[in-house]
Structures are given as structure tokens and as C-alpha cells.
Design a protein around this ligand. Sequence first.
Ligand SMILES: N[C@@H](CCC(=O)N[C@@H](CS)C(=O)NCC(=O)O)C(=O)O
Length: 276
Amino acid sequence: MEDSTPLVTFYDIAFGPPMAETTCAPNPWKARYALNAKAVPYKTTWVPMLDISKVRLAMGVPAARKFADGSDYHTLPMITDSSTDSIVGDSFDIAIHMQTHYADSGVKDLFPPQKLDYVFEHDLAIFAPLSGRDEGVCGDYVRFNHNVDAAFSAHVMLMAHGLPFDSVSGDDVRAEFARRAGVPTWDDLAVRGEKRGVLWGEFRETLAGLARLFMRDCRGPFLLGEEVNFGDFIVGGWLKFMKGTLTSDEWEEARTWHDGVFGRLFDALEKYAEVH
Ligand SMILES: N[C@@H](CCC(=O)N[C@@H](CS)C(=O)NCC(=O)O)C(=O)O
């Protein structure tokens, strides 16, 4: 299907140019990996962070998240698929859509049965709770997605200041993020010095249990050895976020954590990381 006309439009967040290189939001990456794995032609539409609500509302897509005060939090990714006449506005739903409608294309099964028992005990105080969803047919993956999102979100402050905003809208986005976090300025969200060292160590320890899942099949680099699935994309989305926002020294160090499982996973996923 690679050379046909794109059926799918994929909406991702625009960071600074060149967008194909700076794109680093975790949930859009989960979906992009799934689109590429299913070898479905698509074209990316880049949406500035502060225009996401406008774009989703204009297309009549309900918000996938809520802010802590209960108001709508409009997010990306989103796809339109002209072959099924559908709009899908959540990364997990996009992966399910791909599996349902393109079952025989590319990677055959994005959701093979497996034990995904990584649990991150948390009491996350963030500006917007993580999306909830019925567990449904992919219950193990739903729980895994939630726990992985929670583990990385608990350490997101290590990465937020490295977001590659563009020079035109960057200050407005920084101000909006500070407003959401309830702090006076963007600089109040920076984590430096000793505090950073402590949080960095906690982050590494938090990921130890997740790394163990990737060591069960010693062939690696994926959860089930040589066959990739959506569980790998869930983690890979966050690895893209780390790579795009940490200093290069920090990223190189994180790649080596826990016998290098995350570095190996990241490299193996590059096969599904093309930006179209
Ligand atoms: N449950 C949604 C969550 C999507 C989400 O949180 N997207 C973030 C980027 S990873 C976003 O759009 N943020 C925009 C903003 O913070 O304004 C999904 O999986 O698609």
C-alpha cells in the first residue's frame, strides 16, 4: 500500500522547524508508529499547540482528556481516514482503528495477547488527569498504557524545559503551560542542580520494573522478542519524547539504563519512525 494516495491524514503537534525532526509528543508518536507499522499511506498535518482546540472543535471531535477542573482538554493525535469515513482523536483508538480496518496490512497483530503487568503506584498531581477508558478487548494494553503514561508523566518536569518550541509562538506556549501548572513563569517549571539529580535517579528506578518486561524474551529488542506490537509503541512514544527534550548527554545515559533495553528498543523502532 506504500505508494498509493494517502487515505489518512495524521494530525500532529508542530514544534519548531524542521517539524519532521523536532516532533516529540509521546501520544502522537504512539500513533505514528502504529500507522507506519500498518504500512497505511498517510500525510501529516502540523498543528500549532495553541490551535489544537480550534482544529478539533472545527471537525467536531470531542476532547480526549479533561483538565483537573473538568473542562475539555483538546489534544493530539487525531486522524481522518477517508476509506472508512472516520475521524479518530486518541492514540489508542487510532491503533485499534488501524488493527480493525487494516488487519492484513503490515504488522499483522498490533495487540497480541501478552502479560503486560507493569504497575506504577502513583498519586499523580498533574494539571490534567491521564485519559481514562474502558478496558474492553485490549484490557492488558489499556492498563499498560495507563501505567506507562503515569510513570513517565511523574518525571515529565525533567523534560518539559527541553521542548523544542518554535521561536514565533514559543513564548505564548510557555506562558500557557505555566498558567496550567499554576506557577507565575515558565522558569518556575525548570528542574536544575541537585533537585534534578534526585529526580533523575528516581526516574531511572521507576523504569526498572518496565525494563524487566523487555528482558523476558532474551532475543529482544521488543516485548515479545522479534515481533513488534503496540506495547512497544507505547514505550517508544515516551522514548521519542526523552530523545527530543533531554540534553544529548542525558539521553545517551538513559539509553544505557537497565542493560540498555531502552536504547535497543528505540533503535529497533526507528524502522517504524518515518515521518510522512
Ligand atoms: N489520550 C490521548 C492523550 C493525548 C495527549 O495528551 N496529547 C498531548 C501530547 S502527548 C497533547 O496534545 N497536548 C497538547 C497540549 O498540552 O496543549 C491520546 O492518547 O491521544
